[in-house]
Design a protein around this ligand. Structure first.
Ligand code: ZN
Ligand code: ZN
Length: 106
């Protein structure tokens, strides 16, 4: 059985709890290293990482709005802005990843 463990964050020096559930999750994933940072710092780093990611300007295939995507748009492939993406996700009409990235044969 796993037990909650107190760890010290490498970034802010605060103590945080590596819960039994998380330990189990880590073990399942085969991760041997304990987290080095508290959840807040981990999240902050993820955000930072996202910010540093190169974004490409493109136009939404659906509504024509200017949008940014984290990959280089390929001509002929559909790219959607966040709003359309979300809308299609809600409607269940979102094309599969494959069909979005495969050039259309029109
Ligand atoms: Zn921290
Ligand atoms: Zn759109």
């Amino acid at each position: 059985m796993y037990e909650d463990e107190k760890l010290v964050c490498e970034d802010c020096g605060k103590e945080f709890v590596f819960t039994a559930g998380e330990q189990e999750f880590y073990a399942e994933k085969g991760l041997v290293n304990k987290p080095k940072r508290c959840p807040e710092c981990r999240q902050a780093r993820r955000k930072q990482h996202r910010k540093n990611r190169k974004m490409f300007e493109t136009v939404c295939s659906k509504c024509g709005a200017q949008t940014q995507v984290p990959f280089k748009p390929v001509p002929g492939r559909e790219v959607f802005c966040r709003d359309c993406f979300k809308q299609m996700q809600e409607d269940g009409t979102l094309p599969t990843r494959e069909s979005v990235e495969t050039p259309t044969e029109e």
